[in-house]
Design a protein around this ligand. Structure first.
Ligand SMILES: Cc1cc2nc3c(=O)[nH]c(=O)nc-3n(C[C@H](O)[C@H](O)[C@H](O)COP(=O)(O)O)c2cc1C
Length: 344
């Protein structure tokens, strides 16, 4: 077995990380991932440092960060050194495990109006200054940088950006193997992630299209990265981390939850959202998660269409029962539903 991966002073329990996903990796989803096990580090969704400091950011963005289990990484985005330094100081007070900086967001609003996210990949020295400012505020908490291959197809600056980030104190670099111009249909460029691995003395975490143990192994072999990060694959299969972690330890992957367990988790996830946000808001916010449950199962396509129109908790539960009747799904079960995460 290879040596554990270290991000500065923080040691990963497994070389597989849960990605920041805006609108998804909230407190409840992070709890589900944590309860399934196998994940070395879970990140929040991206948080605007300026928005946090000037009070314009909705406080829900940081819900759970003060109190939930560790390890926990918080991702910040900004282009102002002073804001990042101050936000990092606040995260020290919250005792988070790792602070990540977003240099990969391709959204027009972030790249254009705010000149942040992936736009900063055009300018390795600014990335370095932003990392250094965050490190100053972080008081020894490791700071990581999440980048793409470049700001556009023509400017593939990832090795230079990664070098600048590492020289200014980044303890690890995550690379999503696409430029900001590429859509998800473009395959990840593993060779260029390997160039980043060669360019920096710190661990590189490879990201993009890792959805199971097979793709994790392929990505690690093709890139030479120290670890992998999973985003979209975890939304449909939040137990993917324990599968990848087991296979990387040389053990067989544990079986996925039964369909009955997955159905029970869907209902518990919804109940937790309603408890947190009330009804109907909790139900409406749950729709985007619900469409990812039980995919591939008979009836799941019709379920997806219907659940996106659920207006309240009672309707939501009725659609689940109608689409996946409990007596039908119990036939498919082989394990106790109690073993599933509680979604607290
Ligand atoms: C809906 C959505 C929201 C995302 N939000 C963030 C974010 O807040 N911060 C970030 O660094 N990346 C974000 N990403 C990018 C992912 O973290 C990841 O880099 C990308 O999806 C590739 O990984 P995957 O193939 O495992 O999905 C987001 C991706 C999606 C699909």
């Amino acid at each position: 077995m290879s040596a554990p991966v270290r991000i500065g002073s923080f040691e990963l329990s497994a070389p597989v990380l849960s990605a920041p996903i805006a609108g998804f990796t909230d407190r409840i989803f992070r709890g589900i991932v944590r309860d399934f096990g196998g994940c070395g580090l879970i990140y929040t969704e991206m948080v605007s440092a300026s928005g946090w400091i000037d009070g314009s950011m909705p406080p829900e963005r940081l819900r759970g960060v003060a109190t939930e289990a560790r390890p926990l990484g918080v991702q910040l985005w900004d282009r102002e050194e002073a804001m990042l330094e101050e936000a990092a100081r606040r995260l020290v007070d919250l005792d988070v495990s790792v602070i990540d900086l977003n240099f990969g967001c391709p959204k027009k609003r972030i790249m254009g109006k705010h000149a942040a996210g992936a736009t900063l990949l055009r300018d390795p020295s600014t990335v370095g200054r932003l990392v250094a400012a965050t490190v100053r505020g972080a008081g020894g908490i490791p700071v990581t940088a999440k980048i793409r291959l470049g700001a556009s197809l023509e400017t593939r600056t990832a090795p230079a950006v990664a070098r600048s980030a590492a020289e200014h104190g980044a303890a690890a670099i995550t690379v999503h193997g696409r430029t900001a111009d590429d859509n998800y249909g473009v395959p990840c460029d593993h060779a260029m992630i390997a160039e980043v691995v060669a360019a920096v003395p710190v661990p590189v975490i490879a990201n993009g299209d890792v959805a199971d143990a097979t793709t994790a192994l392929q990505t690690l072999r093709a890139t030479g990265a120290a670890a992998v990060m999973v985003a979209r694959g975890a939304l449909t299969r939040p137990w993917v981390f324990r599968e990848i972690a087991a296979v990387l330890r040389g053990e067989p992957a544990p079986p996925p939850p039964t369909l009955a367990e997955q159905r029970a988790l869907l209902l518990r996830h919804h109940a937790a959202m309603v408890e947190q946000d009330g009804d109907p808001i909790g139900t409406i916010l749950m729709r985007k998660f619900a469409v990812r449950y039980l995919s591939g199962v008979v009836g799941s396509r019709a379920f997806r269409d219907r659940i996106t129109r659920a207006e309240n908790a009672a309707e939501f539960r009725a659609i689940v029962e109608d689409s996946f009747p409990s007596d039908w799904i119990e036939d498919q079960a082989s394990a106790a539903v109690d073993q599933l995460p509680a979604c607290g």
